[in-house]
Unconditional design. Structure first.
Length: 114
């Protein structure tokens, strides 16, 4: 995929000194753990009745999200995924995940009323 295919919202410029800015340059910097406001949910929607533990509110780069997800999955001994700013852990692991996040100095709390 070339640079021209990433351009959005521009048709043509007659300015010979025009320099197009690209959208990929705005990487979000990962906040330190004590600045993160994580919420831990139990979710059953679109999962054929199976429960998952959902961690939302992560602010940072995708690699850091995946690293945190991998740590939580291994400490809980279950599978899951980390993408689009969310970490999904299989099963009802909410209490354990909140405790693990707090031990790692994250600001985490239970959400969702269950």
């Amino acid at each position: 995929m070339g640079k021209k295919s990433k351009r959005k919202g521009i048709v043509f410029s007659t300015n010979p000194d025009f320099d197009y800015s690209y959208d990929d340059d705005d990487q979000v910097e990962t906040l330190p753990p004590n600045k993160q406001q994580l919420k831990v949910w139990i979710d059953r929607k679109k999962r054929r009745g199976k429960e998952v533990t959902l961690v939302t509110g992560f602010v940072g780069q995708e690699e850091d999200l995946k690293a945190l997800g991998k740590t939580l999955k291994s400490k809980c001994g279950v599978g899951g995924s980390a993408k689009d700013g969310e970490i999904i852990i299989q099963g009802n692991q909410r209490d354990k995940v909140v405790a693990l996040l707090i031990d790692m100095k994250y600001k985490a709390k239970k959400a969702g009323g269950n």
